[in-house]
Design a protein around this ligand. Structure first.
Ligand code: CAA
Length: 379
């Protein structure tokens, strides 16, 4: 067992850390307050290769391993989880599926600019009545002999108004239930495609989350990914990898809150000494760092399994389940360590606490992860 990161992985981690400090930290409070998308910063992330990290260089990607992606996600999430979710969706939900299952023409047209970070992608599975129960898709795409005609609504779509390319999961044969679900690529601006309201969220407020509406949107056949009926498997397989990214995000949120708490505890004095000298705070810090280390090992292992061609669905579900709980627990304690200062925006930890909550919800709630895990162990 080798716990040593390679030179390349360390370089990626350091580059992400530096980018987060220089580019994301200034303005992160303002973006959270105003619900503003980090458009310029995400453009720079694209230029630096953070948006297509694992894609083959022949499609403009970085050709890196999943562990490098996890390291970058962790560092960026310490500072700005709104920016890191845009990155996560582009890398693991959009580029990954396109590279694995797209045709050469689809890769040429869509994957190349997505991996280069010239445009952003969105992954559209959730609906008003199909969140956890993802097989209950109501969005339909009917083939009329020339085109698929898409009708329906998608909810809570990350990069909803900022994306240029959208992967849409839709029912093409309702009688076949989940085996009649397909997946399509559509573009912003196509007739009948309306970007709906922006969500006013508790956390990741700088993330661009919208509903999307489709009325008789014409989709060319060549924009279907895989065969008809492949869409649900596509979504599930994509999410298996996506959950590693969200687990890394949760890990980063927790680690960011811990680092702030450690530094603060050495500065803040009560009863004549730094609060780090009080056992009440020392025990909190010890619990935080231990939980984070355990989460880190699980997230890195899930990435390692994926990089080594092993089955990682189970490990990614466990990593997300555990890391998201750690993110919640650690950020709550971080606010407590900061006391009154922790309750105001300036000290960052209240934002990290709000941001942590979504990691227990999106890309499969914690309850869904437990379904995935228990089905595997009971098989
Ligand atoms: N990997 C691969 N295949 C899987 C799978 C997995 N993790 N989970 C299920 N499948 C397959 C099953 O093997 C089955 O295939 P067959 O019919 O060929 O045997 C098929 O999918 C249907 O599975 P089930 O019978 O288990 O279906 P179910 O309805 O009982 O449960 C579920 C499925 C696991 C609960 C699924 O609906 C699920 O994962 N729900 C959560 C959806 C989710 O994560 N949404 C996140 C939205 S995206 C998002 O948040 C992105 C963002 O913007 C940040």
């Amino acid at each position: 067992m080798n716990f040593q990161l390679t030179e390349e992985q360390l370089a990626v981690r350091d580059a992400a850390r530096e980018f987060a400090q220089i580019e994301l930290l200034p303005g992160v409070i303002e973006r959270d307050t105003e619900g503003k998308f980090a458009k310029e910063q995400i453009k720079k992330m694209g230029q630096l290769g953070f948006l297509g990290m694992m894609v083959d260089p022949k499609y403009n990607g970085g050709g890196m391993d999943t562990l490098s992606y996890v390291l970058a996600m962790e560092e960026l999430s310490k500072i700005d989880a709104s920016a890191s979710v845009a990155m996560s969706v582009n890398n693991s939900l959009v580029c990954w599926g396109l590279e694995k299952y797209g045709t050469e023409a689809q890769k040429e047209k869509y994957l190349k600019p997505l991996a280069a970070g010239e445009i952003l992608g969105a992954f559209c599975l959730s609906e008003p009545e199909a969140g956890s129960d993802a097989t209950s898709q109501k969005t339909e795409a009917h083939f009329n002999g020339d085109y698929y005609i898409l009708n329906g609504t998608k909810n809570w779509i990350t990069n909803g108004s900022s994306a240029s390319v959208y992967l849409i999961i839709a029912q093409t044969d309702p009688i076949k239930a989940h085996k009649g679900i397909s997946v399509f690529i559509i573009e912003k601006g196509w007739e009948g495609f309306i970007i709906g309201k922006k969500e006013d969220k508790m956390g990741i407020r700088g993330s661009d989350t919208h509903s999307l509406m489709f009325t008789d949107v014409k989709i060319p056949v060549e924009n279907r990914i895989g065969e008809e009926g492949f869409g649900f498997t596509f979504a599930m397989e994509t999410l298996n990898g996506g959950r590693i990214g969200i687990a890394a995000q949760a890990l980063g949120i927790a680690a960011g809150a811990y680092e702030l708490s450690l530094a603060y505890s050495k500065e803040r004095k009560t009863f004549g000494k730094p609060i780090s000298q009080h056992q009440a705070i020392q025990f909190k810090l010890a619990d935080m760092v231990t939980q984070i280390e355990a989460a880190r090992l699980m997230v890195y292992k899930a990435a390692w399994l994926k990089d080594n061609g092993e089955d990682y669905a189970h490990a990614s579900a466990m990593a997300k389940l555990f890391a998201s709980q750690v993110a919640m627990d650690v950020t709550i304690e971080a606010v407590q360590v900061h006391g009154g200062y922790g309750y105001v925006k300036e000290y960052h930890v209240e934002r990290l606490m709000r941001d942590a909550k979504i990691t227990q919800i999106y890309e499969g709630t914690s309850e869904i992860q437990k379904i995935v895990i228990s089905r595997k162990i009971l098989k």
